[in-house]
Design a protein around this ligand. Structure first.
Ligand SMILES: [Zn+2]
Length: 64
């Protein structure tokens, strides 16, 4: 069992008993992020550097 298989938000570490978690797949791994931090993944992925690989290379979604 690796840490990436635990049901916790990659950003804040809360589990699915505390917050709704959204499952996503990245570089062949399954991850979870809570609904509070899903916008971080979308708009400021660089903030997840160190928690997920290559986050500084992801282009943020620009709604403009
Ligand atoms: Zn979170």
């Amino acid at each position: 069992m690796t840490e990436s298989n635990t049901r916790t938000c990659v950003h804040c570490g809360q589990d699915d008993s505390q917050v709704p978690l959204v499952v996503f797949y990245y570089q062949g791994q399954e991850h979870r992020i809570c609904t509070e931090h899903l916008p971080v993944l979308i708009h400021t992925p660089a903030k997840l550097t160190g928690k997920l690989p290559d986050m500084d290379k992801i282009n943020p979604v620009d709604l403009d």
